[in-house]
Structures are given as C-alpha cells and as structure tokens.
Design a protein around this ligand. Structure first.
Ligand SMILES: Cc1cc2nc3c(=O)[nH]c(=O)nc-3n(C[C@H](O)[C@H](O)[C@H](O)COP(=O)(O)OP(=O)(O)OC[C@H]3O[C@@H](n4cnc5c(N)ncnc54)[C@H](O)[C@@H]3O)c2cc1C
Length: 207
C-alpha cells in the first residue's frame, strides 16, 4: 500500500495527488509515467509523473471514468494499492539552446518536470500553456518560475493572451524568438501546425 500524502482539486474535474513512492522517485526521469491501481480489484491506469519532491511523486489527472473518479475520492492520508514505475521512454534532454515546451489542458501536468530538466541542461525554455478557458489552466505559476518566457493561450481568450497554443508556438518560433527544438504533448493536428511553424527556421523537431 502507498500513502497519498496530499490530495487537491485544481480545476473542474482535474485533481493533484502526491504519493509516497521512493522506488519511483529514486529512478524517475522527465517524461516518464507510472501505472496505478487504487485497490486490489481495480484496473491499472497509466498517469504521467508531474513532479518529484523527495520520496513524493506528484500526479495530476482528469476524472473521466471509473478509476480516475475513485482516485479523486481518496483523501490525504488514504492509500492506493499499487504504483508501478517509472515507465516509458524519458524525454530527450540535452543542451539544444532554446526549447519550446507546449502543454494543453490536463496535458500541462507533464510540463514542469520536463521544463526543469531542460533548464538544468542549460537551455532557454519558452513554455506555452493552453486550455479551453482560464479556469481550466493549471500550473501557470510553477511554469512561470521555471521558464524564461511563458505564453498563455485559451480558446475563448479569457486568459491574458488570447489565441490557441498552436498559433502561440508559431509566435514563439518566429525570428524574434528563435528556437532550437520543440517538445509538444499535443494532438497530431496541433503537432502538425506547430511543425509547420518551425519550417522557416533552423529548428530540430522531436516528437
Ligand atoms: C502514458 C499515459 C500517460 C497518461 N497520463 C495521464 C495524466 O498524467 N493525467 C491524466 O489525466 N490522464 C493521463 N492519461 C490518461 C489516463 O490513463 C486515462 O484517463 C485513464 O486510464 C482513464 O481511466 P478510468 O478508469 O478513469 O476511465 P475509463 O473508465 O477507462 O474510461 C471512461 C470513459 O472516459 C473516456 N476517457 C478516458 N480517458 C479520457 C480522457 N483523457 N479524456 C476524455 N475521455 C476519456 C473513455 O473513452 C471512456 O469512454 C495517460 C495515458 C497514458 C497512456
């Protein structure tokens, strides 16, 4: 059993939990995920590692179905039966120069740990966060502290800078803000748009 040390609601249907799991935190790298089971009979679900602090791993998730709703109900001091990991290929971290990191909605969860790793490797990091509206934006302050420049985009223009995160990335990769690499966690159509914005510039693209 693994203790849930903290449990918070971040926005409509989006929750943050911190689980004590030293076997994960000792080996975790930016971009990896864990597989969680809330109880012995539950299904296993993958969730991205959002941050590490000592023995605690932060997970941010949207309650969409059976297991994520059950996870959202676990209070601080409660337990989950399993947390396996770290799993998956880590993000490619090296010194690129300038990196643009794009996250949308609950997908923003994975960006702080990747942004910090890119910074630690000596990069200038431009973060772009997008959501349907300002109430659904998460981790803005944390990303503002890590990134050299942070752009916010909401579909309805309710945040400080209107636009969508694909058009923002076009701006971030303009000659004014030359970039060396793009690391995006967006859908294929958004990725295609981001890639097109990189074509006029000497930018290495990674998935
Ligand atoms: C590598 C990996 C990392 C992931 N990391 C995260 C993460 O950090 N945070 C996070 O919130 N999710 C993440 N997911 C998605 C997460 O695993 C699923 O949301 C979860 O498995 C749903 O389980 P459930 O039992 O709650 O829902 P289920 O009961 O399995 O699904 C209920 C219904 O919701 C639909 N559904 C499931 N997921 C979504 C969704 N994301 N959006 C809209 N509808 C959905 C299903 O199609 C189904 O109809 C990740 C997935 C993968 C593969």
């Amino acid at each position: 059993m693994y203790i849930v040390e903290k449990s918070l609601k971040l926005s409509e249907n989006v929750y943050e939990i911190w689980v004590n799991a030293p076997h994960v935190t000792r080996n975790a790298k930016a971009g990896q995920f864990v597989i969680i089971r809330t109880d012995d009979k539950g299904e296993r679900i993958p969730l991205t590692i959002s941050k590490i602090s000592g023995d605690l791993v932060r997970i941010i998730f949207m309650a969409v179905g059976k297991t994520t709703h059950a996870l959202a109900e676990i209070p601080a001091g409660g337990f989950i039966s399993d947390i396996a990991g770290p799993l998956g290929c880590p993000s490619k971290i090296k010194k690129y120069g300038t990196c643009v990191l794009v996250g949308g909605g609950v997908g923003i969860a994975s960006t702080p740990v990747i942004a910090q790793a890119l910074k630690d490797a000596g990069n200038r990091v431009v973060g772009i966060l997008g959501a349907r509206n300002a109430d659904l934006l998460i981790l803005e302050e944390e990303m503002a502290e890590i990134c050299d420049r942070l752009l916010i985009a909401t579909d309805d223009g309710s945040s400080l800078s209107a636009g969508n995160d694909s058009s923002m990335s076009a701006g971030a990769t303009s000659n004014r803000y030359p970039a060396a690499d793009i690391n995006s966690r967006r859908r294929a159509d958004a990725l295609a748009s981001i890639s097109r914005s990189a074509i006029p510039h000497p930018i290495a693209r990674s998935p």
